[in-house]
Design a protein around this ligand. Structure first.
Ligand code: ADP
Length: 501
């Protein structure tokens, strides 16, 4: 399996780092199974498409249940013989710290792959890549800190609560933040689990590169395995496999629902990080200068393809027209273009399918009677670009206010009273995040109590930290990533009774 000649041509014009070119030119962009990169047994491959041009630039192995079988077997053996989970915690930490250092050393490759494979613009890639490095370094420090407890009992028994890894975990990831691979995999590994990572079929490259760094860092074979392929085959086979103990899934609500139902057959532990339709409430007392720009960027960032995109902007009617005018002004002249251009503000969406979905929702918004205040059309003919789009006069019952679009489309909804704002904000099946813009401290506190979401940002949006738990309520899923709580997600407690009489 070699990178197609057209592939080299497609990326030849980009200012890629020599290390990226070397990575792309390697003979086998394959699965990682038991410490080795391998092609599919049946030789199948699938295309990797550059969202900036729409052109295929590489092919990677396309797996089948046969590769899932091999990967799960390798993960199970690695878990049972204790080569990783029983390694001294200091040694586990040393491996993970080396991984963090290798990510640092290869920052340029990770940034290139984000632009080429993930459609993330140059000015945003340092943030995504740095976050992956930070997450790795954060969890690298955990193996020496995962402690058990002693239960309070009478003097005749001693009861230890031992915190143990879950076993073999499948980590199924989406395409919207390829360099955030560490976010999905380092916590379960730090806890002593073995994993099988299934990257999204649209963005397989960063996972392959990351897998190579894990091997270089000295992670024992079989602790991380990677199988590429389609969700309906490789993903489904992982979810159904009897030797997979737990599933960590990030993706769409519909797929998450199916995964929970399939996992229920074997009562597997599942954590789901799903979509959102997050409200940003702009009260009349907000600092409008700060809020207008930030509220717009909360939707334009990564062309709206972020789970926490603040795509419903609820604005107090007293400031509505002025606020909309400021957002339109801040957004009208943004440069749309290739991720590789330093001036680009708005990059492509990931695929033709995603572009079609955004187009469909914009047409739907018009048909539902919303007013198009900005954008509304595809940009250019090559690649998958869409203009930043603002709909006003949106009612919260419209589909463009209820369904996740995952594109640069904002729905502005007016409100009169605070109570009405909370009611609209909570009138959704989702509950991932919310933003509140106000100068009134009391109002900020009241709002944070009333909003049914996993994260509230006040006078800011989309900040994150490795130590701060992240996840949703309602149909945005359950389970939390980041922070100490993720260690609890990937471990379980065993009670050990010792007769001391
Ligand atoms: P999207 O529709 O935006 O591609 P998905 O939620 O379908 O989002 O995909 C997220 C991840 O889930 C991807 O890695 C995808 O391959 C995987 N996936 C899709 N369908 C299934 C499934 N039935 N079982 C397991 N994984 C799946």
């Amino acid at each position: 399996m070699t990178i197609a000649a057209s592939a080299q041509d497609a990326s030849v014009g980009y200012p890629l780092s020599p290390k990226t070119r070397q990575f792309l030119a390697q003979a086998c962009l394959g699965h990682l199974i038991d410490g080795k990169f391998v092609p599919s047994a049946n030789g199948a491959t699938m295309p990797v498409v550059d969202p900036n041009t729409g052109a295929e630039f590489a092919r990677v192995a396309q797996g089948s249940p046969a590769e899932v079988e091999l990967a799960v077997g390798a993960a199970r053996r690695a878990f049972e013989d204790g080569r990783w989970r029983h390694l001294h915690p200091n040694k586990k930490e040393a491996v993970l710290r080396r991984l963090g250092a290798l990510l640092e050393d290869n920052r340029d490759v990770l940034m290139d792959l984000d632009m080429l494979d993930g459609g993330i613009i140059r000015s945003q890639t340092p943030f995504f890549v740095q976050f992956g490095i930070d997450v790795t370094n954060y969890y690298a420090g955990w193996p020496t800190k995962i402690e058990g407890r002693m239960s309070p009992t009478g003097p005749d028994v001693v009861v230890q609560q031992v915190r143990e890894p879950l076993g073999v975990c499948a980590v199924i990831m989406p395409w919207n933040a390829p360099s955030a691979v560490p976010l999905g995999v380092v916590a379960p590994i730090a806890c002593g689990n073995s994993i099988i990572l299934k990257p999204a079929e649209q963005t397989p490259l960063t996972a392959i590169f990351f897998g190579g760094l894990c091997e270089q860092a000295g992670l024992p074979a079989g602790v991380i395995n990677i199988v590429h392929g389609l969700g309906g085959t490789v993903g489904a086979a992982l979810v159904e496999h009897r030797e997979v103990d737990a599933i960590s899934f990030t993706g769409s609500v519909e797929t998450g629902r199916g995964i929970q139902a399939a996992a229920a057959k074997q009562l597997k532990r599942v954590s789901l990080e799903l979509g959102g339709k997050s409200p940003q409430i702009v009260f009349a007392d907000a600092d409008l200068d700060a809020a207008a720009n930030a509220a717009a960027w909360a939707v334009w960032g990564h062309s709206g393809q972020i789970c926490t995109a603040g795509s419903r902007v609820l604005v107090n009617r007293a400031i509505h027209d002025e606020f909309v005018a400021r957002m339109v002004d801040a957004s009208r002249a943004l440069t749309i273009g290739s991720c590789f251009d330093a001036e680009t503000c708005i990059g492509p969406v990931i695929s033709q399918k995603q572009l079609d979905q955004v187009t469909r929702y914009v047409e739907l918004g018009k048909a539902e009677g919303a007013h198009l205040a900005l954008g509304g059309a595809r940009h250019g003919e090559k690649g998958f670009f869409f203009e930043p789009t603002i709909f006003t006069a949106v009612s919260n019952r419209m589909k463009i206010a209820q369904e996740e679009i995952f594109g640069p489309v904002m729905a502005v909804i007016p409100f009169d009273t605070d109570e009405e704002a909370y009611a609209i904000a909570n009138d959704t099946t989702f509950g991932l995040a919310a933003g509140v813009w106000t100068r009134d401290l009391g109002r900020a506190h009241r709002a944070s109590q009333r909003l049914k979401v996993g994260t509230v940002w006040i006078n800011t949006y989309q900040l994150n930290e490795t130590s701060v738990p992240y996840g949703g309520v309602k149909q945005s899923g359950f389970g939390r990533s980041l922070g100490a709580v993720s260690i609890e997600e990937f471990t379980q407690v065993k009670s050990v009774w010792i007769n001391a009489a």
